[in-house]
Design a protein around this ligand. Structure first.
Ligand code: NAD
Length: 471
């Protein structure tokens, strides 16, 4: 059993974390009421004072040690992810490995990215000046995270924030708080002064209190658009980093490596039961290979095993909760009513949603326009690359896109014309490396994750300028 590490806080409420697969109880955690925000802030203010005085070598050593501790306890972390988030054990192990990398990258960043010399003599008039800028902490950062990557997305906030010398008020998803609490424990066991990271468990009310608090300098949020909009309205004059949803397109051209394209799209569509911000949602296939692609894609989809995420041969685990299943099924039903054809899937059982393929979905359906965040994928034929790019770009927001082709010109043309934070060539949309800049491109896009980029967002430059009077 975990509890919020707050001394003297009058928190008495608990929430129960349950396994999305079988409903069993995974843990019980103490929640913090929005009314008790004063305790959190008091502690975070102390944390910010301590953090800014920690030399870079110490921040780095703590993060490095924490990475080793996660590595040593990797299986425990993976099992926690399976139990609270429902990811398959294979996917959970991968997330734990990525968390180790994120912490190691953060340890490097703490030492690497301290500032720069300013070239004052590059324009006339400032030759007598010499100086530099340093990267200074912001102070207190509120970090709010979603349920679908309950460990690594937390590491993507804590790692760069600690590297930058900040204190963090972390509110993980109330559905999956255990991995975050365990990671915070590991950081403290690795030498992090405990006031630097405060984990508070609760829902929207607590989130709102953490967002509105005057002492907070930045909100680093990962989650859905509706929440992102509420946070932006409530935040006031604070720095915002928003990692929001996707609706990723993948273009498959007739000259692509066919097998790699089918394989990549199947993996991209159903990873984490489709609860993946860069999951492949719309597959646009060039007409001459459309029939063959559809046949192969549906056949491979039907062979996937949906079930117990702890079994090593399970491909698709449960969705997080019944309401997520109901929402996804309603989106499919509306698309079918509007004229789409169901090719397979769409018979949910409990929280298990079998991989589902639709084709000819009208472009005004929400399953085409909105983020589906479920193991549901849409197939659509196209004739010319420009038509596919237009379809790819049709939603108002985007994170990642992919294109399979052996034509370098076409790949580069698509990469330059697709509006996305990342265009993966000969990969599905579902590729992310933790050191690359990661974020959205259109509506709601603010800041980037990927350790170096988050670190830069989470620090502020301070200039020191020396005027040499006797030259
Ligand atoms: P969500 O927006 O419902 O919740 C995210 C977090 O915000 C939770 O901790 C929640 O308690 C908190 N919250 C809710 N209301 C709040 C409020 N008014 N003020 C402050 N905090 C509040 O998202 P979710 O359902 O947990 O996660 C799924 C979403 O996250 C999807 O849209 C997905 O695309 C997105 N996501 C994005 C990325 C990315 O890096 N871009 C990664 C993973 C998930």
């Amino acid at each position: 059993m975990h509890s919020v590490s707050l001394n003297n806080a009058p928190a008495v409420q608990h929430i129960t974390v349950s396994n999305p697969f079988d409903g069993s109880i995974v843990g019980t955690v103490v929640t913090t009421s929005a009314d008790d925000i004063g305790y959190l802030l008091e502690r975070a203010r102390r944390g910010a004072q301590i953090a800014r005085r920690l030399p870079r070598y110490q921040r780095s050593a703590i993060l490095e040690k924490a990475a080793s501790a996660v590595e040593k306890n990797k299986e425990e972390f993976a099992l926690l992810i399976v139990r609270e988030a429902g990811k398959t054990i294979t996917q959970a192990r991968k997330e734990a490995t990525r968390c180790i990398n994120t912490l190691k990258l953060s340890a490097d960043e703490a030492k690497r990215n301290a500032g720069e010399v300013i070239p004052f003599d590059s324009y006339a008039g400032s030759e007598t000046r010499q100086g530099w800028f340093t990267r200074e902490p912001l102070g207190i950062i509120t970090a709010i995270t979603p349920y679908n990557d309950p460990l690594n997305l937390v590491a993507h906030k804590l790692g760069p924030a600690i590297a930058g010398g900040n204190a963090v008020l972390l509110k993980p998803s109330e559905l999956t708080p255990l991995s975050a609490l365990r990671l915070a424990d590991v950081l403290v066991e690795s030498g992090l002064p405990e006031e630097i990271v405060t984990v508070a468990i609760g829902g929207a009310d607590l989130g709102k209190a953490l967002v509105t608090a005057r002492d907070v300098r930045m909100i680093s949020f990962t989650g859905g658009f509706v929440t992102g909009e509420a946070i932006a309205k409530n935040a006031g004059l604070k720095k915002l980093a928003m990692d929001l949803g996707g609706n990723a397109p993948v273009i498959v051209m007739e000259n692509s490596d066919f097998d790699a394209a089918v394989e990549g799209c199947v993996s991209g569509a159903y990873w984490a039961a489709g609860q993946n911000c860069i999951g492949t949602q719309r597959i646009l296939v060039q007409r001459p290979i459309y029939e063959q692609f559809r046949t192969e894609f549906v056949a491979k989809t039907k062979r996937l095993k949906t079930g117990n995420p702890l079994e090593a041969d399970t491909d698709v685990g449960p969705m997080i909760a019944e309401r997520a299943v109901t929402r996804a099924a309603a989106m499919v039903d509306r698309a079918i009513s509007a004229g789409a054809t169901l090719l397979c899937g769409n018979k949910p059982s409990g929280n298990l949603f079998p991989p589902t393929v639709l084709e000819n979905v009208p472009s005004d359906c929400d399953v085409w326009k909105e983020e589906v965040f479920a193991p549901i994928v849409l197939l659509q034929p196209f004739d010319k690359l420009s038509d596919a790019i237009e379809m790819a770009n049709s939603p108002d927001y985007s994170l990642h896109a992919g294109i399979f082709t052996n034509d370098l010109e076409a790949a580069l043309d698509a990469a330059s014309r697709i509006d996305a934070g990342g265009v993966m060539i000969n990969d599905s949309s579902d590729y992310r490396f933790d050191a690359m800049p990661f974020g959205g491109f259109k509506y709601g896009s603010m800041g980037r994750e990927g350790v170096r980029f988050a670190y830069e967002d989470m620090t502020q430059p301070k200039v020191v300028c020396i005027n040499r009077l006797k030259t």
